[in-house]
Ligand binder design. Structure first.
Ligand SMILES: Cc1ncc(C[n+]2csc(CCOP(=O)(O)OP(=O)(O)O)c2C)c(N)n1
Ligand SMILES: [Mg+2]
Length: 380
């Protein structure tokens, strides 16, 4: 796979160019694959993938969507407490996830199931947390993929601090911090931008602008396109078509390479759409119109790569059929594993907050013991 990474070093601002799509009233975004599945060139970012690599990206997106759909179903069946679907954001996550190197470090939110997949985290590990049977579900250092972070925006600071450490170690790896459009309003993200800029930290800020922060639209977060915020901090920002896996891969690879070679942070705004609910606890019909979703369905990240593969004769029916079988097997494995996950010990949740214990935790443990005992009394 070859990616031209010179672009991120010298961002250009030509207004008319192939591959730079502009919706009415919106700034241009980097695009290498149109919604119809046609390859277009971009003067700043290019990519040259083999048919096998293209099929690989398609496979990643299909399996991720299937896994995500299965998780939503499991929640509806009462097997998970909650699920945050990534439906619609597969290209943003697979493109950026596949751009990372093994020695890079990833700081996700709670929705980065596709990135986790690229990093080699077993999908069933993600579900343990949403079932409430573990405190996170995986060892962050095994795949350089940090634990899911629910406190909005806080991982931007963790990533920046980690990247400052990477630079001090003289390592040539990079760090990537994921966050959403809503998180961009958090103080933690602003502080992370400042520290990253001033210390020239090797961190890429990857903002998935999925147009919504629960029920708040992006226009409640910013008066300028989000990627332009970077300019005020002194590092480059770029908006990429977040439903175009090729463009996301090229732009993220360039940004990570740039960070690795000591050129500091960069902000990527992946312009995409949350096709489902915020989480399974949310009902988006209360605050947005079906027409909006339909507009975005026409830009579906998976369908456009499929169209490209078919038009170019890069994948045959046997490939798609085999992938369908593989998807079914993944869904079955996920379902079977989740249903048989052992429940944790009642008291386990008090064990890992402090290494040496804490008076408040002791008090809470005692309260919980009393609470549990109250049930025992009732049934006796
Ligand atoms: C500090 C903090 N404030 C509020 C919340 C509640 N909350 C959970 S998700 C969310 C919206 C996040 O939106 P965005 O950053 O756009 O990410 P998305 O969910 O769209 O991926 C909020 C406000 C939280 N988890 N943490
Ligand atoms: Mg959002």
């Amino acid at each position: 796979m070859t990616v031209d990474s010179t672009a991120a070093r010298k961002p250009r601002r030509s207004s008319k160019r192939a591959g730079a799509k502009k919706a009415a009233g919106e700034p241009e975004l980097v695009q290498l694959l149109t919604p119809e599945g046609e390859r277009v060139e971009h003067p700043d970012y290019s990519i040259d993938l083999s048919p096998e690599e293209l099929r690989g990206l398609y496979r990643d997106m299909v399996l991720t969507r299937r896994f995500d759909g299965e998780a939503t179903t499991l929640q509806r069946q009462g097997e998970l407490g909650l699920w945050a679907s990534l439906l619609g954001q597969e290209a943003a996550q697979i493109g950026s996830g596949r751009a990372t190197r093994d020695d890079d470090y990833v700081f996700p939110t709670y929705r980065e199931h596709g990135v986790a997949w690229c990093r080699g985290v077993d999908p069933t590990n993600l579900l343990g947390m949403f079932r409430g049977v573990n405190h996170g579900g995986w060892d962050p250092n095994e795949n350089n993929f940090h634990l899911y972070t629910i406190v909005i925006g806080s991982q931007a600071l963790h990533a920046t601090g980690y990247a400052m450490g990477v630079a001090k170690d003289g390592a040539d790896s990079a760090v990537i911090a994921y966050f959403g459009d809503g998180a961009s309003s958090q103080g933690d993200v602003a502080e992370a931008f400042t520290f990253a800029a001033v210390y020239n930290a090797p961190v890429v800020f990857f903002c998935q602008n999925n147009q919504w922060a629960i029920s708040e639209p992006t226009e409640r977060q910013t008066r300028v396109p989000l990627y332009q915020r970077a300019q005020g901090y002194g590092f480059p920002g770029v908006r990429v078509d977040g439903n175009d896996v090729l463009a996301v891969l090229a732009v993220t690879k360039a940004a990570l390479d740039r960070a690795r070679t000591g050129e500091g942070p960069m902000l990527i705004e992946a312009f995409t759409y949350r096709m489902g609910a915020h989480t399974t606890s949310d009902d988006p019909t209360r605050y947005r119109l079906d027409e909006e979703r339909e507009l975005w369905e026409a830009k579906d990240p998976i369908l456009r790569l499929r169209a490209h593969l078919e038009k170019q004769g890069l994948a045959d029916e046997a490939f798609f059929a085999a992938l369908e079988t593989e998807s079914d097997a993944l869904a079955k494995r996920v379902r079977d594993t989740v249903r048989t996950m052992p429940d944790p010990e009642d008291m386990a949740m008090f064990e890992h907050t402090y290494a040496d214990g804490h008076a408040l935790v002791d008090e809470e443990r005692a309260q919980f013991v009393a609470y549990q005992a109250s049930f025992a009394e009732e049934t006796n």
